[in-house]
Every structure is written in structure tokens, then in C-alpha cells.
Write a new protein. Sequence first.
Lengths: 78, 303
Amino acid sequence: MAKSVKVYSTPSCPWCIRLKQFLKENNIEFQNIDVSSNQAAVDEMVQKSGQMGVPVLDIEGQIIVGFDKEKIKSTLGV
Amino acid sequence: MQVYDLIIIGAGPAGITASVYSARKKLNFLVISLDIGGQAAWSGDIENYTGYQFISGPDLAQKFQEHMLKYDTALRENEEVLELKKSEGIFLVKTNKTDYQSRSVIIASGKKSKELGVSGEKEFKNRGLTYCATCDGPLFGAKTVAVIGGGNSALDAVLQLVKIARHVYIINNTPALEGDAVMRQKVEAAENVSIFNNSQVVSVAGDKFVNAIKIKDNAGTRELAVQGVFVEAGLIPNSAFAVGVEKNNKGEIMVNSRNETNIPGAFAAGDVTDVSEKQIIIAAGEGSKAALSASKYLARSRF
């Protein structure tokens, strides 16, 4: 069963682009939440991660801040 | 252990261009880098890279990456070089993951953001304070923010933020803004910008997130209420790992017109060097020059 994956990102952030590229390369389906046009999404991201930097990855409630490849790999089991 | 012809450290404009030239010379080489695109990827609008009248930083970085990987180049991404030294004619490259060996190297590790060194900076990093306007700027819609710095990278950040934020303060420690005249004029024409010249940040304050900065000029100190702080106070070269390589007083690696350093077989290119200007197109040109020099060095040394 695939895990539910959310990516909080902005369109211009290089690490967000890398992160989404990485997920696509590994055939991980994810929901992209663009926080740049959405204050409610910003609040949700800040509440979950306790900080304001993007990208933030939410893998079934487990929060990863930044493009931490190793941590993402081990959490997703890829 | 495998000994590569060449290891390229860094994958910004200099490192990637060096990789393209090295691939076309059929060298057995490896690229090691923390990120792809370097500072170019963090730029907003780029209007001075020939051939592109306008391209965004992330888009140009993407083009660079596609060009590099077209040659099936061996790339170790997310890997940081901790030490580079030459011993018995071989370069030893130690990273946070493993060790490599090569007959030549190109150091193209670029520069990173300089920190302000004021109280509250570390505490509020990613809690309103950021070093990447391109990434985090869009989170500050209708907020009041401060940009710290007065050079091109600061102006670039300001021009991104004027479209998003309610008001932008510029805290610049020199008598007037520097950087390109075109950008300066755009900044000075913006209605929601206030410029504080001859001013320094003393501290960053807040509760859970930033809510104010204290600044100082000749007249004294004052507090500005801000929800965001964008640090664009200059850059320092990523050169500390290079053992025995000659550097100037700014820490930049000294190179000659052939991109040679003081160590035979060690070349350097782009913003990490003392090349006279730091521009994407110059870094790319320097990268190609370094790769051609390295290729000649390898041929001459009959490796």
C-alpha cells in the first residue's frame, strides 16, 4: 500500500524542484501543496514543522524538513 | 581503489561546464557536489546569460543539469567534500560519505552565504530569517520584511520581494546601494521600499518567529517591526577543504589564466577562485578553460 505523501513547496525553490524530481524518479505519488499562493497552507506547514523553510515533506505524519535524501529514502523504503 | 583521471568538485556553472568539456574529451571523471546549479539556481531573474534574454535561476540550473547528464556523467549528489590533498602524485578526496582518488582535480565549489554574526540569527533561522529569497520569499505575502545587504544578490532579493511583501526595508552598511544600475533603478522606483544606508543590523528578535530587528546608524539605534529577514550580506568561498592550495586574504583560490593553482594537477574555476568578476557566464567559461587545461595536463603527464 503506497504511503500518503505531501510536499509543501514554492515554485521557485531549487531544493523543492530537486525533491519533486527525486520523488518522480522513484515513482512516488505525492500531493504538491504550493504555499506561495495559499496562507492557510503556510499556516498548516508551519504548524506541522515548527518552521518556515521549504520544502517540507509529510509522509503519513512524519515530517522531513529540506531535501534530506537519505532520510526520505529510509522513510519511504526506496 | 579506482583512480579517476579527474574529479570535479562542485556542480554550479563552472563545475557543470567543466563536466561537459571533460565528457567530450572522454576523460574518466566524477562530479561530486552538494547541490546542482550552485548559486545560479538560487537567482531570481537572469537577463545577462547570452542566448537567454530572460531565464529564471532554477530553469537555467535545470538546463545545465540536462546538459551535464546527457553524457551519462557519474554524479555524486548531496555529497560534501571535507578534505582534498595530494599525496605521492595522487589526489585524495574525502567526502562525508566515502573516499576517492584521482590524477587531477577541478575545484569549482563556489561560494556560500555569509552569516551576519548577530544575536538571534541562528535562533530564528527558518523562523522568519532565511538566506534564500528565491525559496522562502513567497511565504511572506503581505508581510513587512527586511533585506540585509546592498549588492546584486540583495537587489535581486528585493526585486522578488516587492511583488510579494507589503513593505521591504533594505539595510545596507555602505553609503549607497551597489550592484547593477538597472536593478538599482528598479529598486529605487518601487513604492514599497525604504532604504537605510550606512546601517547595520544589531540583533534579530522575536517570539516563536521573527517580529523585529534592531539596526544602528550614526544617529543611534532603532527597531523595525518585520516578520521576515532576508540575509544577502555577501558570500564566502567554499575553499577550506583544499589543503595546501594557495588562497588570497578572502579565502579565494588563486589561479592563473590557465586555471592552474600552485599544486600541479589541481585546477580551480568560478566563484571559488580569485577570478576578477563573479558572473554565471564567467564561471561557465572558467569551467571550460579548467577542463581543457586538466585534459592537457593529463596528456602531458602520460597518465
